[in-house]
Write a protein that binds this ligand. Structure first.
Ligand code: AMP
Ligand code: ZN
Length: 148
């Protein structure tokens, strides 16, 4: 009997350790992790088990949303650390929130700044979904040959 109890205790401990190991990692001083945890405010527009979408605090277009994985990874550089379901959910959510905002027919842009050269300022992976107006040219749409 004692042996069985010991075995069960060891099994339960191992199961707990597995759960802890697989729990999404949150970074305590990450503002987007706080938004996921509900300890920082956001204007949420969409949520599923994998991702969260909310308004950018400083919108630079009529529609400017952010789509983030609930699990903390710093940038696209760490994309492979996310489960496949989350990776798929991110892109689907970008299109879904754009459609919900009614901006897909007129056109919209999805931007993911990754790292220093791209000007990333919040190091929790996120996709900007912008539209609702004629968007300014950016590094991709601008034709360098036409610049003064
Ligand atoms: P990036 O420069 O690509 O890293 O984009 C970070 C974005 O996060 C910026 O557009 C910020 O305006 C936005 N942002 C920063 N803090 C918050 C917040 N608490 N809630 C919503 N958006 C935020
Ligand atoms: Zn985070």
């Amino acid at each position: 009997m004692r042996r069985t109890l010991l075995f069960l205790a060891a099994f339960a401990l191992a199961a707990c350790q597995t759960l802890v190991a697989e729990a999404p990692k949150a970074s305590t001083d990450c503002i987007f992790c706080k938004i996921v945890a509900g300890t920082a405010p956001s204007r949420k527009v969409y949520e599923d088990p994998y991702v969260l979408a909310f308004w950018d605090i400083r919108p630079r277009a009529k529609v400017h949303l952010l789509v983030i994985p609930k699990q903390h990874v710093a940038s696209l550089k760490e994309l492979d650390e996310l489960p496949m379901e989350t990776r798929a959910a991110l892109l689907s959510a970008c299109v879904k929130v754009a459609r919900d905002q009614g901006i897909v027919d007129q056109g919209f842009r999805i931007i993911a700044n990754s790292g220093k050269d791209a000007g990333q300022s919040v190091f929790h992976l996120h996709f900007h979904v912008v539209g609702g107006e004629k968007l300014r040219e950016d590094a991709i749409t601008r034709d360098p040959a036409k610049q003064p």
